[in-house]
Design a protein around this ligand. Structure first.
Ligand code: NAP
Length: 337
């Protein structure tokens, strides 16, 4: 089955659904291909306390559900389908799923990034109930508690420092004996009396209790040099071992960073390379424009820095407005021709 669309949105986290609300309200009848992890990273959280407009907080899955309903109300066609392949070599752009082939005048990519995890069954069991991949989101739940964070990069350094605002003790568990984080961040972190580094160590298991609600009681760790196994009593475990952008399906059809995140006009400007010669100048007004005209990107698939639900929603809005303006300019050009 071939379906024509003015806009196809790939992804259904905060960015994709916000783009869907805006493009639907602009009468563009967007098709949203929700992807394998429908709803994105908020589906793994419990209460979100920092999304404006919810003074009592809101459950991540409820927030997503409401955004989806809001988009549907204005005519977004949301589908539990995953883009298996894309052909962006000419317009209309072609996106194939197991159900259909979509021919799109424009595409908004909001496929997100997946936080790397350790690969333990127990960490997924406690995800959102004591295990978290976002200290900024969940740190405030650990006031006067003991937490551990895994990782040795800038994220781990930044997030561990952030956690010291709330927690009384922060174990920094790293598999090597030094941090790869920038010196200034590493120095600041290690000078903090609340931080206890646990070097050359891996986490083997997370354990806790199911009642009265699922919560973490500790982690089993292994010293990678001596093989010694021990337990650390913690109330929460934070993972800061990097993010993987969901961009494989695009191959080399779009410009990406070395880490695989999509490059947009604004991301290029941040990096001081906005004048990249491969970039069409007439297309330079659109901050969420990717390296291919008619394709826009937003949310964590672009963002290596802020990674918040509200910033994803904000760039989703920007992508929808850019896309709408661009479609209008193309239609005007066609009318003139
Ligand atoms: P990262 O630099 O890739 O660091 C990931 C860390 O996790 C590394 O220390 C790595 O250990 C460890 N790790 C990876 N897989 C692991 C596993 N399976 N088990 C245990 N440990 C594991 O990622 P990031 O810290 O998220 O930073 C990503 C990018 O964003 C970087 O370019 C960073 O500079 C940037 N960033 C900048 C700022 C800032 O400037 N304010 C803040 C955050 C991030 P090894 O060291 O052994 O490889």
């Amino acid at each position: 089955m071939i379906k024509q669309a003015q806009v196809v949105i790939l992804g259904s986290g905060c960015a994709g659904l916000t783009a869907a609300i805006y493009t639907a309200r602009a009468n563009l009848s967007p098709v949203v291909l929700e992807g394998r992890e429908a709803g994105g990273q908020l589906m793994w959280t419990t209460t979100v306390e920092n999304f404006p407009g919810f003074p009592e907080g809101v459950l991540g899955p409820d927030l997503i559900d409401n955004m989806r309903k809001q988009a549907q109300k204005f005519g977004a066609d949301t589908r539990f389908e995953h883009a298996d392949s894309v052909d962006f070599s000419k317009r209309p752009f072609v996106i194939k799923t197991s159900e259909a082939e979509y021919h799109a005048d424009s595409v908004i990519i909001a496929t997100g990034a997946t936080a790397r995890t350790l690969g333990l069954h127990s960490e997924m069991h406690f995800m959102g109930s004591g295990v978290s991949t976002c200290a900024t989101c969940d740190g405030a739940f650990y006031k006067d508690k003991v937490v551990a964070i895994v990782g040795g990069g800038d994220s781990a350094a930044e997030e561990a420092t952030f956690l010291t605002r709330f927690a009384k003790k922060v174990y920094l568990i790293h598999r090597r004996d030094r941090l790869r984080a920038s010196k200034i961040m590493a120095d600041r972190l290690l000078a903090n009396p609340k931080v206890i580094p646990v070097w050359n160590t891996g986490v083997e298991d997370v354990f806790g209790e199911e009642a009265p609600h699922r919560h973490v009681k500790g982690v089993r760790i292994k010293n990678l040099e001596t093989g010694e196994v021990s337990e650390l009593a913690v109330d929460g475990l934070f993972l800061a071992i990097g993010h993987k952008p969901n961009t494989e399906v695009f191959g080399d059809q779009l410009k990406k960073t070395e880490g695989g995140f999509l490059l947009t006009r604004s991301a290029m400007a941040w990096r001081g390379t906005a004048t990249d010669p491969g970039w069409s100048e007439s297309y330079s007004n659109y901050s969420t424009a990717t390296s291919l005209e008619g394709i826009f990107a937003c949310g964590d698939v672009v963002d290596t820095h802020y990674r918040q639900a509200i910033t994803a929603a904000g760039t989703g809005c920007a992508a929808a407005l850019d896309c709408e303006k661009w479609l209008e300019s193309v239609h005007n050009d066609e009318r003139i021709a």
